[in-house]
Design a protein around this ligand. Structure first.
Ligand SMILES: [Zn+2]
Length: 585
């Protein structure tokens, strides 16, 4: 016991020591692309005398290394704490960089690595992100869209059938569990970030818009190569994954400001849901806090603005269309199951939303007009939203939709002679597992609880969904033997063991106490339903992300770098290398 508590005090001591040292951004062991811009910041735990400050980069005064002096802030945020900040600097010589900071009493040393790239290999890069796509979603998509007999799949998914594959670790700078903001930022910038942060290191100041920035792939690729930029999703366009391609804020929920940043960056193609934050406050359906009409601003800036699948197809077919803003719903768009089969969710309100495959085809048509090439990010983003809601069928249908978009893109790339690097991966996992089937033929007596219908091992057998249509979707999901995909992270909820045929699942509603959730009574009278006590805090109303590695598959020039075990920041490096981004400076 004594030993244990001595160890505990040592740990506390070390912890406190590390907290009181200077914080330097970019962080220790950051890997920085030669020529990529970043903000350099040092946060001192207390007030310091600028005369005693010594900051060196590989032994030379930082102002010499970066070419100019930083701003010294005596009392940052009005507190007894000083800081040094220097924005938009670059390092161009590859190698190890030692950064040493001393304020006369405290000293901190960290190391960065500046890396180069080879010459450009790919004309275009397309990054497909299945948000929250777990291995269970992939396997289920394969079973539904390809069929399986005697244990052998009748075909392969396009997302699986690639020459290069890796496992990608997803942790963020502040936690082993990442969200879509810091995971997409790692892909877009090559730097680790904290939960909720886009394109910045989250600093200690109150403002969510002053944090030290790191340059995004879209900024770099356009600045260095003049290539076109596309951002395509079926979530709100301001949501974390699409926003991370462009934006800089540590608060992903700052939708109004993210729209402003999207407008400032002006990607050539921008498509998704989320028109609510583009509309002026007084317009119907608006969620903006001001009267700025961003749809009008984009139109004035030369964009074709479309809101339906029909308009999208017509606009993309016009030879003169080079800039397009597509906003197909005020909030998230609807997934394939609701749009194509059940007409649930928001489909009645927005009946003419395009499929992700139509969005991708339109984006390819427009972006490929740029002689210099393009970078396109495509997100099948509702996989994650449905997984949070324990709505497995909808998540699997949107995995099939992603697969269709990837297959179509691979055919497009093949016809062009394979000049395009195509990457497909998830941004983080969901703790979902395929454990068997739910089999209505088991335990059919009236009083047998529904859990007795879960077939495991040999009793799982194979599901009996109807044969898939041309797009790989079975026409019905309420079959008598269906896939049982369960989450390992649960709020209190009613498990019905049945797909939700009216609207996406809503496992919880607000609880009696502020900030808590409870099981949604709407499902409590479903025959045979089980009230499943959660294993998460009551403040969490949905299933959560998990920290397992995600699968990355790749094909095309530069894809050979995808192999073995990788960190999520290395995905950026694969893209930078394929485009020869450092070689271009
Ligand atoms: Zn999520």
């Amino acid at each position: 016991m004594v030993k244990g508590s001595a160890l505990a005090s040592l740990i506390v001591l070390l912890w406190t020591t590390s907290l009181s040292a200077q914080t330097i951004y970019p962080i220790d062991r950051a890997e920085i692309l030669a020529g990529a811009q970043f903000d350099f910041k040092v946060e001192f735990p207390g007030p310091v005398d600028p005369a005693k400050l010594k900051v060196t980069v590989n032994g030379a005064d930082y102002a010499t290394a970066f070419g100019r002096s930083a701003t010294f802030i005596d009392r940052e945020d009005g507190k007894e704490q000083s800081a040094l900040i220097l924005r938009d600097v670059t390092l161009t010589t590859p190698g190890s960089i030692a950064v040493d900071v001393s304020d006369g009493t405290r000293q901190r040393s960290i190391t960065w690595t500046v890396y180069d790239t080879g010459p450009r290999k790919a004309k275009n890069v397309i990054l497909f992100i299945g948000d929250g796509m777990s291995p269970a979603h992939r396997v289920a998509a394969r079973i539904l869209s390809k069929g399986i007999s005697e244990g052998k799949s009748r075909g392969k998914l396009a997302i699986d059938d690639m020459p290069h594959m890796a496992l990608v670790a997803t942790a963020g700078s502040d936690s082993i569990i990442t969200d879509s903001a810091n995971s997409a930022s790692a892909y877009a910038t090559g730097h680790k970030a904290a939960v909720n942060a886009l394109g910045v290191y989250a600093d200690r100041t109150a403002s969510p818009f002053d944090d030290p920035r790191v340059e995004t792939i879209t900024s770099l690729a356009r600045r260095r190569l003049g290539i076109a930029i596309g951002v395509v999703t079926n979530t709100e366009i301001e949501d974390a994954t699409p926003a991370a391609m462009v934006a800089h804020t540590r608060r992903r929920a700052a939708y109004d400001e993210i729209v402003e940043q999207l407008f400032a960056a002006k990607p050539d193609v921008l498509m998704g849901g989320g028109s609510a934050n583009f509309l002026p406050k007084s317009a119907a359906g608006s969620k903006r806090k001001d009267e700025t009409d961003y749809i009008a601003k984009f139109r004035d800036a030369g964009y074709q603005v479309v809101t339906t699948a029909g308009e999208l197809g017509a606009s993309a077919a016009k030879p003169e269309t080079s800039k397009l803003l597509g906003l197909f719903a005020t909030g998230n768009m609807d997934g394939a199951l609701d749009r194509k089969f059940l007409r649930g969710g928001g489909v009645k309100k927005f009946p003419e939303q395009p499929d992700l495959t139509e969005q991708v085809q339109a984006a390819l048509n427009i972006l490929a007009k740029n002689e210099a090439g393009f970078f396109l990010m495509v997100e099948s983003g509702m996989i994650d939203k449905y997984a949070h809601l324990l709505d497995m069928e909808r998540a699997v249908f949107d995995t099939i939709m992603l697969d269709n978009a990837v297959r179509q893109t691979r055919e497009w790339a093949r016809a062009r002679g394979e000049d395009t690097l195509i990457l497909v991966l998830a941004d983080h996992n969901h703790p979902n597992s395929l454990v068997g089937t739910v089999n209505d033929d088991m335990g059919t007596a009236p009083n047998v609880p529904l859990r007795e219908r879960v077939g495991v091992y040999d009793q799982a057998g194979f599901p009996n969904y109807p044969a898939p249509d041309a797009e790989g979707y079975p026409a019905r999901i309420d079959v008598s033997r269906r896939l049982a995909i369960f989450s390992a992270s649960l709020p209190d909820h009613y498990e019905t063991f049945r797909p939700k045929l009216d609207n996406p699942n809503e496992p919880t509603v607000k609880g009696a106490e502020d900030g808590t959730f409870k099981a949604n009574d709407r499902y409590k009278d479903v025959p045979g339903v089980v009230l499943r006590p959660g294993n998460l805090p009551a403040m969490i109303g949905a299933s959560v992300h998990s920290g397992e590695d995600v699968i990355l598959t790749a094909t095309g020039p530069g894809s050979e770098r995808v192999q073995g075990s990788m960190d999520n920041t290395e995905v950026f490096r694969v893209i930078a290398d394929a485009l020869g981004l450092a070689a271009a400076h």
